[in-house]
Design a protein around this ligand. Structure first.
Ligand code: ADP
Length: 447
């Protein structure tokens, strides 16, 4: 097992990882920018190293400084959290070259999945169902027209290097295709330094369902069931639940089995999430994330398994603590992402939190690094906390969620809490009857 883990992240996820390390009796080092000197995880860690000024590229993305912090403190492993360097293959390779363990998969696996065209090809080869579309990058209009006609409109043009919901354009008819292809490719080149784009069928009313997988480092793969993250705004997840209200046990076992086998065949090590769109009973792979997800706590709630413990065990060569047959699903869990944003316009609302009171009681978990008097810096994403509620079934979970939202107090800034208070009383949400466009339509109606 590791002696000392360096946490290369900030906010709620830095605290989340720190908790797991403490439970396992592992010493912790956190790195932080000057803007985060007062953060809770910095106070709670055994050691902290300031690695630079507020902009992420000078601190949380500065590989050189992070490796130096490992050397100075003698950390033998790095947990990257999500975002920042968590899916940076070069970072994983550099750490390996310094004999520091990256708590995540190999650089090669990150590279394959970071390139969406390559990822889709690999998924197909491993027997995972994919969205119909081009086999690889599409450059000329004629080829694009041929493929689009073959799969049928509408189609979506996506950047191979895309991420965070950026670099996507929909073409409803052939008339839109030329311009969609051009803009997607130009935008991808500007945003990601890679203008490769590909085409796939645009699914009109899918749900977003993702499977949590783990490779144990010894060639075995398991799945921890699925999460439904269909409630999105601008392709950003807002509300996540496990299990999906749309799947039955047979579908869960089938897609989970396909994913677990794929992970084993790939020789993958650590946590991963295989994301699908789901429509009319069919699953279509869209991408794989090679890291811990923001929404992992809903899976922890229904399985009772600490996924960060498992990540650390696997990275240290100790394998998983569970076999597939030990992973049981119990009840229902929902996560609300609480952002420092206006609940209607979603404009960021940084500033000082004058009062912060979190709900409690049975089945309630709040993952957050903020506190009363905390000043939210304007440099980073606006997630200030996650409310995760567990119940014996979805009805109980929703009742408890409504109560927990009433109890949650965040004063001094705007947050997305009022949005969740509306959603929890909505009939479609109560029925689990929503797709990936539901929230955008709902917000447009409310305006
Ligand atoms: P990113 O890496 O940028 O998050 P994804 O490929 O995961 O990109 O897609 C993000 C979201 O975009 C999906 O959750 C879904 O809402 C939408 N999307 C992606 N591909 C399609 C598709 N073929 N049809 C319809 N919507 C799609």
């Amino acid at each position: 097992m590791f002696q000392k883990i360096l946490i290369a992240n900030r906010g709620e996820i830095a605290l989340r990882v720190l908790r797991a390390c403490k439970e396992l009796g592992i010493q912790t080092v956190v790195v932080h920018s000057t803007a985060d000197a007062d953060a809770m995880h910095v106070r709670l860690a055994d050691e902290s190293v300031c690695i630079g000024p507020p902009p992420s590229r000078d601190s949380y993305l500065n590989i050189h400084q992070i490796v130096a912090a490992c050397e100075i403190t003698g950390a033998d492993a790095v947990h990257p959290g999500y975002g920042f360097l968590s899916e940076n293959a070069k970072f994983a390779d550099i750490l390996a070259a310094h004999n520091i363990t990256f708590i995540g998969p190999s650089g090669d696996h990150i590279r394959i999945m970071g390139d969406k065209i390559e990822a889709k090809r690999t998924a197909k080869r491993l027997g995972i169902p994919v969205v119909p579309g081009s086999d690889g990058a599409v450059t000329d209009q004629k080829e694009a027209r041929r493929i689009a006609a073959e799969i049928g409109y509408p189609v979506i043009i996506k950047a191979s290097a895309g991420g965070g919901g950026r670099g996507m354009k929909v073409a409803l008819t052939e008339d839109d295709l030329e311009i969609a292809l051009q803009t997607a490719s130009t935008e991808a080149g500007a945003a990601f330094g890679d203008d490769a784009v590909y085409i796939e069928k645009y699914l009109e009313k899918p749900r977003h369902i993702e499977v949590q997988v783990f490779g144990d480092g010894f060639g075995r793969g398991v799945h921890f069931g699925e999460r439904d993250c269909s409630l999105q705004r601008r392709h950003q997840k807002v509300w996540e639940e496990a299990p999906s209200p749309a799947l039955n046990a047979e579908e869960r076992a089938r897609i989970g089995g396909i994913c677990a086998k794929a992970i084993a065949d790939l020789g993958y090590s650590g946590a991963g999430t295989i994301e699908f769109l789901y429509e009319n009973g069919e699953f279509y792979f869209i991408e794989m994330n090679t890291r811990l997800q923001v929404e992992h706590p809903v899976t922890e709630a229904i399985t009772g398994i600490d996924l960060v413990h498992e990540q650390i065990r696997v990275a240290s060569g100790g394998g998983l603590s569970v076999r597939q047959e030990d992973i049981k699903f119990n009840g229902h869990a929902i996560e609300c992402r609480i952002n420092a944003e206006d609940p209607r316009t979603f404009t960021p609302s940084p500033g000082t939190i004058t009062h912060f009171h979190t709900p409690g009681g049975l089945g309630i978990r709040v993952d957050s690094g903020v506190y009363s008097g905390y000043k939210i810096p304007p440099y980073y994403d606006s997630l200030i906390g996650k409310l995760i509620v567990h119940g014996r079934n979805r009805v109980e979970c929703m009742m408890r969620l409504r109560r927990a939202l009433d109890e949650f107090v965040v004063d001094g800034i705007k947050t997305t809490l009022p949005l969740f208070r509306d959603l929890v009383g909505n009939a479609d949400i109560a029925n689990g009857d929503y797709d990936i466009h539901w929230l955008e339509k709902y917000l447009a109606k409310e305006e």
